[in-house]
Design a protein around this ligand. Structure first.
Ligand code: ADP
Ligand code: MG
Length: 147
């Protein structure tokens, strides 16, 4: 696990994600862990910018469980499992979705019931009102277990 870096603003968090996006390849899965308001959706906006997708298109997919943004270097898939209980995530088909042609970012990955191949953990912790500690895990060699 790489030591966490502290960001001082939403823009800095987006920049961290933008830089990470440049290193991503098709099939990568990012598990975004952190409390409500930590900055998970903000991080996804940064990923969008880094992939060449309009970050303003990215919103919290509260009712649509899985959003898909095309037109960038890689398709960005964005799932928010907050409202789901664990059983329902089986129906989403997340493994089949993101992994082929794009990058899949998942908020509230603790709701997942199965392991995600190629997944990488991004932990965002609240330090204070404008500060967050972001820890990006190493690229998973195999399957990352969330349990
Ligand atoms: P989540 O998706 O984790 O619930 P959001 O990204 O929707 O969180 O919201 C994060 C909120 O925290 C935004 O209002 C953002 O402006 C604010 N914020 C303040 N400081 C930071 C920071 N350093 N990084 C990210 N967001 C921050
Ligand atoms: Mg969110």
């Amino acid at each position: 696990m790489v030591a966490g870096q502290v960001t001082n603003s939403e823009e800095e968090t987006r920049a961290v994600a933008r830089h990470l996006a440049a290193t991503l390849k098709a099939g990568d899965v990012l598990l975004l862990a952190g409390d409500l308001g930590a900055g998970k959706t903000t991080f996804v906006k940064g990923l969008a910018a880094g992939l060449g997708v309009n970050p303003d298109d990215v919103s919290s997919p509260t009712f649509t469980l899985l959003h898909e943004y095309r037109g960038g270097r890689l398709t960005l898939y964005h799932a928010d499992l907050y409202r789901l209980d664990t059983a329902a995530t089986d129906d989403l088909g997340l493994e089949e979705t993101g992994v082929r042609d794009g990058v899949l970012a998942i908020e509230w990955p603790d709701r997942l019931t199965h392991d995600m191949a190629g997944a990488r953990l991004v932990r965002i912790e609240l330090v204070d009102e404008d500060r967050r500690r972001i820890t990006v895990g190493p690229p998973a060699g195999g399957v990352y277990s969330i349990r």
